[in-house]
Design a protein around this ligand. Structure first.
Ligand code: G6P
Length: 612
C-alpha cells in the first residue's frame, strides 16, 4: 500500500507533489520519492525514511525545476525500505519513471524475460519491471508512449495504480488503474492523478474516478480516458465535498470502519498472488521441503488478536498436518520454558512486527534451537528482520487501534502456510488442496456479500448496545472466533465480555445467565452446529437472549433456537473464520459507536505495544 500523486501544469511541480504526499502521511510510509521533468532532463530524488527527509533534501521542492512530475510514498511490500527500492522506479534509459501502488503478480517471470533481453535491474521491486517493460516496448521512441504502456499492460498481471512519466513526452502523464484506486483531479490549467483524493483537495475538488482497466492521458488542459482495449471513454466529473479529515478515511467516519470495508481488497492482495495451478506458491520461501517434512511440532506465538489468529490456526493446521500445533501467548511463552528443538517450527504472528513480547518469544525460540517463521504486516520491522523466514500479509497500513484487516490477512496467510506445508508433507492430496484454494479465491467476493448486509448488524447493535456484559460461545474454530469477537467488543465499547468454549457452559458460566443476558453464539463449523444449537437452548431456557452467527445452509436450525440469526455464505470449513469475523467486527463497531466511544482510539490501548 502506497500513496501516489502526479501533477502537470504551469507551476513548479515538486512543491505540489511533496505537499500532496504529506497529505498521505496518515497511511504510514517508509520512504518517498519524486520524478520531475525539467531543465531538459528527468530528475529523480528518493529518500528512505519519513517524507521530511526528502522534503529537506529538496528544500520543500524548490530545488527541483519542472512543471510535470510524479511522487510516491512507499509502504514496502516487495523489497525492504531503502533508497533504491523507493519509487519512482526508472527504466534503464532513464526515460521512463513509474510510481505504483499494488502488486505485479507475475513480476518474477517478467523480470527473467527482460533479463534475457539484456536488461539489468537495480531494485528488488515489482515496480521496476513496469518501468523496464514500458521502456522495452517504447524502443527509444519508435513507438508512441501510450502504445508502449498499452503493450506493457497486456503483459502484467496483478493489482496496480500507475503514474507514468516519459522524458520524451513531458507534455503528458499517463495514469492506469486496475484493482487499486486512482483518481484524476481537474484544476485550472493543471491536472492531477492521485491514489487518494486527500492528496489533491487543496488544488481541486473536481475529480474523475478511473474504473478498473482504464488508462488516462493527462495534459495541463485535462484528461483523455481509455478503456482496457484503449478505446476512448467519456468519464463523468464528480465534485468532492469531503473535508480532508473525512477524505483520509475514504469518506467513512472512522478508520476502523474503512479498514473493515477494505478487507475483501486486502484478502485479494494476500491470497491471489500466492495461488498458482491449484497449489500455494510462496515466492522466495526459504524453508526446504526436507525440513518441512521433518517437522514434529508447530508453535504459533503472538499477542492479542494475532494470538486469536493462532488459535484458529491451531485447529486448522493440526487437521491439515497431523502433527501437534500449539497456540501460545507470547507473554507466556517467553517464560514457560517451552520444549523446542530443531523439529519445531515456531510461527510468530504480528501486525506491527514490533510487539515486545512477541519479539522476546521469537528470540527465546531461536535460543532454544527452533526455526522461526513470522507472519507480519510491516515490511522490514524488527520481527521480520530477526525471523528465519517471513510471510507478509500485504494488508496495507492499519490505523485504527482495533485490528481488522490485519487479522483477516494473517488468517489467510496462515491457512496458505498450512496448505503449503501439508502438500510438502503429503498429508493433503492435490485434489483437496485445489478445492480449498478455489474456495479461498472466492473469499473476497463472499466477504463483500457479508459486508453489504451491514445494515442488519447495525440494527442488531441498536437492540443490544446497552448491555453491561456480553458472552461469546462457540466450538472449535468458532471458539477461537468468539475470543476475537469478544476482544473487539470489549476493547472499543468497554462492555465487559468473555468468550468460552460452548461445551464449558455447564461448567461454570451458565451461572451468569439471567433473564436478558446476551450471548453471541457462533455455530458455523459444520460438524458441531447441532451441539451449539443445544447450548443455545440451555441459554434461552434460563432467559438469556441469543444472537447466533451461522452459515446460510444452517440458518433454519438456528432460527428456531436463537432470537436473531446472522448468516455468512457457505465455504470450506477451514475458511469460515475469514467470513465470520466480519459480522463480529461490525457488531463491535456499531455498538461502540452507539455508546459514544472513541472507536479508533480506545482508552488505555495502543496500536503497537513495545513495552512488556
Ligand atoms: C495491541 C493491539 C492489538 C494487537 C496486539 C498485537 O494490543 O492493540 O490490536 O492484536 O497489540 O499486535 P501485533 O502488532 O503484534 O499483531
Amino acid at each position: 500500500m502506497c500513496g501516489i500523486v502526479g501533477y502537470i501544469g504551469e507551476e513548479q511541480a515538486a512543491p505540489i507533489l511533496l505537499e500532496g504526499l504529506s497529505r498521505l502521511e496518515y497511511r504510514g510510509y517508509d520512504s518517498a520519492g519524486v520524478a520531475v521533468y525539467g531543465g531538459g532532463a528527468m530528475q529523480v530524488r528518493k529518500a528512505k525514511g519519513r517524507l521530511s527527509v526528502l522534503d529537506g533534501l529538496l528544500d520543500h521542492g524548490k530545488a527541483l525545476e519542472g512543471v510535470v512530475g510524479v511522487g510516491h510514498t512507499r509502504w514496502a511490500t516487495h523489497g525492504a525500505p531503502s533508497d533504491v527500492n523507493s519509487h519512482p522506479q526508472v527504466s534503464r534509459s532513464g526515460k521512463i519513471a513509474v510510481v505504483h501502488n499494488g502488486i505485479i503478480e507475475n513480476y518474477v517471470q517478467l523480470r527473467s524475460f527482460l533479463q534475457e533481453q539484456g536488461v539489468s535491474f537495480v531494485s528488488e521491486t515489482d515496480t521496476e519491471v513496469v518501468a523496464q517493460l514500458v521502456d522495452y516496448f517504447y524502443e527509444d521512441g519508435r513507438v508512441d508512449i501510450l502504445e508502449a504502456v498499452g503493450r506493457c499492460l497486456r503483459r502484467i498481471e496483478g493489482a496496480y495504480a500507475l503514474g507514468i512519466l516519459c522524458a520524451d513526452a513531458s507534455d503528458r502523464l499517463i495514469a492506469v488503474r486496475k484493482d487499486s484506486p486512482l483518481i484524476l483531479g481537474l484544476g485550472e490549467g493543471c491536472t492531477f492523478l492521485a491514489s487518494d483524493v486527500t492528496a489533491i483537495l487543496r488544488h481541486t475538488r473536481e475529480v474523475i474516478y478511473l474504473d478498473d482497466g482504464e488508462t488516462a492521458v493527462l495534459t495541463r488542459e485535462g484528461a483523455r480516458c481509455y478503456d482496457h482495449l484503449m478505446r476512448p471513454v467519456e468519464k463523468a466529473v464528480s465534485h468532492v465535498d469531503w473535508e480532508t479529515d473525512a477524505a483520509e478515511k475514504g469518506g467513512y467516519e472512522h478508520f476502523m470502519f474503512k479498514e473493515i470495508m477494505e478487507q475483501p481488497e486486502a484478502l485479494r492482495r494476500a491470497i491471489l498472488p500466492r495461488l498458482r495451478g491449484g497449489e500455494v506458491v510462496l515466492e522466495g520461501f526459504g524453508l526446504s521441503d526436507a525440513y518441512l517434512r521433518s517437522l514434529k511440532k508447530l508453535y504459533i506465538v503472538a499477542c492479542g488478536s494475532s494470538y486469536h489468529v493462532g488459535m484458529v490456526g491451531k485447529y486448522n493446521l493440526e487437521r491439515l498436518l497431523r502433527i501437534p500445533v500449539e497456540a501460545a501467548l507470547a507473554s507466556e511463552f517467553r517464560y514457560m520454558d517451552p520444549i523446542l528443538d530443531e523439529g519445531t517450527l515456531v510461527v510468530v504472528i504480528s501486525q506491527s512486527g514490533e510487539t515486545l513480547d512477541t519479539m522476546a518469544a521469537l528470540r527465546e525460540a531461536k535460543r532454544l534451537g527452533a526455526r522461526v517463521l513470522s507472519i507480519v504486516n510491516v515490511v522490514g520491522s524488527s520481527i521480520a528482520r530477526e525471523s528465519d523466514e517471513v510471510l507478509y500479509t500485504w494488508a496495507g497500513p492499519e490505523i485504527a487501534v482495533a485490528t481488522t484487516k490485519a487479522y483477516s490477512t494473517q488468517l489467510a496467510v496462515l491457512d496458505l502456510l498450512g496448505l503449503y506445508i501439508a502438500r510438502r508433507r503429503g498429508s493433503l492430496d492435490a485434489g483437496t488442496c485445489r478445492e480449498v484454494l478455489e474456495e479461498m479465491a472466492r473469499l473476497p467476493e463472499k466477504l463483500e456479500q457479508v459486508l453489504s448486509r451491514r445494515d442488519d448488524i447495525q440494527y442488531l447493535a441498536s437492540q443490544h448496545f446497552s448491555h453491561s456484559s456480553v458472552f461469546y460461545m462457540g466450538r472449535n474454530v468458532d471458539y477461537a472466533l468468539g475470543l476475537e469477537g469478544s476482544l473487539k467488543l470489549k476493547e472499543i465499547s468497554y462492555i465487559h465480555s468473555e468468550a468460552y468454549a460452548a461445551g464449558e457452559l455447564k461448567h461454570g458460566t451458565i451461572s451468569l445467565i439471567e433473564p436478558g443476558t446476551l450471548v453471541v453464539a457462533l455455530g458455523t463449523y459444520p460438524p458441531l452446529t447441532g451441539k451449539t444449537v443445544s447450548n443455545i437452548q440451555e441459554v434461552r431456557s434460563r432467559g438469556g437472549q441469543v444472537l447466533a452467527v451461522t452459515t446460510e445452509s444452517h440458518r433454519e436450525d438456528f432460527s428456531h433456537a436463537a432470537g436473531a440469526v446472522i448468516t455468512v455464505p457457505d465455504t470450506h470449513p477451514m475458511l469460515l473464520p475469514s467470513l465470520t469475523v466480519a459480522p463480529l467486527q461490525l457488531f463491535a463497531y456499531y455498538v461502540a459507536l452507539m455508546r459514544g466511544c472513541d472507536v479508533d482510539k480506545p482508552r488505555n490501548l495502543a496500536k503497537s505495544v513495545t513495552v512488556e
